[in-house]
Write a protein that binds this ligand. Structure first.
Ligand code: AMP
Length: 414
């Protein structure tokens, strides 16, 4: 199937050829004709499926074919949960629309609002924004929505997880009721369904991978380990598997910094992305990682949302996520655009409830592979896909001839 056969105009088709997108991904093949026809869409699609082009291409076309913007107005609003995703979506919009005479902009918090207000003066065709900053702009009369044709909610589940429900309601109240609405979400919990029921009109439902499952091409397993030995195990696995690049998830900001410190002490190029870091530092870390200057990028869930890294081979869950859906998001960072990937989780006994929850969500029991020398003293209880802890295992016998691969001097400082 070609992009032209989906009804896209020549300038877009040419741009896609330049980007070497040879054919539409499944979500694009389904979404593009529906969006062009003006339908509301509810799509279960995670990052890596090509969903951004799935909504951006037809919207760019609709904007080009009819109408123009006005001062302090936008015709399309794309709401996203994080600054990183805002940047990434905006970059995609810019590259897809490079040959079209449209104005786009991105707005998020943590940076000065004034340049954003200035830029909005002339009006834009597409505004990509995080909910909080958008509301600030709206309340300061920098943006109005009289001309709004389409609202896109990208990673809607994440927006709710991050506690944006109130901001979202305030934004919805400010939008015209006559509009097209597109809702993308990796997972569909009851609150997301309720949101969709409230916002969408006779939506077409699309699903590109089975509900709440992680991408099949990704090999996933867990390594049971005692909590205090996770840093050692991480270094051991790095060496054993010779991973070229790893995105590692850690529960807390302090934990992220501690792991980066440990890696740097071991001469492993690494950097951190978390909410305490200013936006330019986060962007720099991501750029360096993409350029291959940084081998290990350590992140919290919030900060990692929306990271688009081509061909990322490995995701390591140094800590399991508190919210089971985050496992799906984290795992989706690897194995993108058809490439295969690996996702390994270092799991200690304290995390068994989280393990059971994510296994229930994804409907699979993760394979356990113990590493010699790292068998935990506190065994991780057995779980099943019903989200139950099946039995409390017996304490293991003291392992003979324990092989400690990493010496004491690289101990993790928490
Ligand atoms: P997304 O799910 O929108 O974040 O896109 C995931 C990645 O796939 C991005 O790096 C896109 O540039 C890339 N991509 C999107 N659509 C296509 C396509 N039709 N062919 C090849 N790559 C694509």
């Amino acid at each position: 199937m070609s992009f032209a056969s989906l009804g896209l105009i020549d300038p877009l088709v040419r741009t896609l050829a330049e980007l070497q997108y040879t054919e539409p991904t499944p979500i694009q093949a389904q979404a593009i004709p529906l969006v062009l026809a003006g339908r509301d869409v509810m799509a279960a699609a995670q990052t890596g499926t090509g969903k951004t082009a799935g909504f951006a291409l037809p919207l760019l076309q609709l904007l080009t074919m009819a109408g123009s913007t006005a001062p302090n107005s936008t015709r399309v609003l794309v709401l996203v949960p994080t600054r990183e995703l805002a940047e990434q979506v905006h970059q995609s919009v810019c590259s897809y629309g490079a040959s079209l005479p449209l104005r786009t902009m991105v707005a998020y918090g943590g940076v000065s609002i004034n340049p954003q207000m200035m830029k909005l003066r002339k009006g834009v065709d597409i505004l990509v924004a995080t909910p909080g900053r958008l509301l600030d702009l709206y309340r300061q009369n920098a943006v109005k929505f009289d001309l709004l044709q389409t609202l896109v909610l990208d990673e809607a589940d994440r927006m709710l997880d991050l506690g944006f429900a109130r901001e979202l309601d305030a934004v919805f109240a400010a939008l015209p009721t006559q509009r097209q609405t597109l809702l993308f979400s990796a997972t569909f919990s009851d609150p997301i369904r309720a949101l969709a029921a409230k916002l969408l009109r006779d939506p077409a439902s699309l699903e590109v991978s089975p509900r709440n499952t992680t991408v099949k091409a990704i090999r996933q397993w867990i390594v049971p380990v005692d909590k205090k030995r996770k840093p050692e195990l991480f270094l051991y696995l790095l060496k054993k598997h010779r991973w070229t690049q790893v995105l590692a998830f850690v529960k807390t900001r302090k934990g992220v910094d501690a792991l980066v410190e440990l890696l740097q002490a071991a001469q492993i190029p690494s950097d951190a992305i978390h909410g305490d870091k200013p936006q330019p530092a986060r962007q720099r870390a991501l750029d360096r990682f993409k350029a291959g200057e940084v081998r290990i990028l350590v992140a919290t869930d919030v900060a990692a949302r929306g990271l688009d890294i081509d061909a990322l081979p490995v995701v390591v869950n140094f800590d399991l996520p508190i919210v089971a859906e985050d496992y799906v998001h984290r795992t989706g960072r690897t194995g993108r655009a058809g490439a295969s990937g690996e996702a390994v989780s270092l799991v200690c006994a304290d995390e068994v409830t989280q393990l059971a929850a994510l296994e229930l969500l994804t409907g699979q029991t993760l394979e356990r592979i113990e590493e010699p020398g790292f068998a935990p003293e506190h065994r991780v209880p057995v779980t099943n896909t019903a989200g139950e802890v099946v039995k409390k295992p017996k304490k293991p016998k003291k392992p003979k001839g324990d092989v400690a691969v990493v010496s004491e001097d690289v101990r993790f400082r928490r």
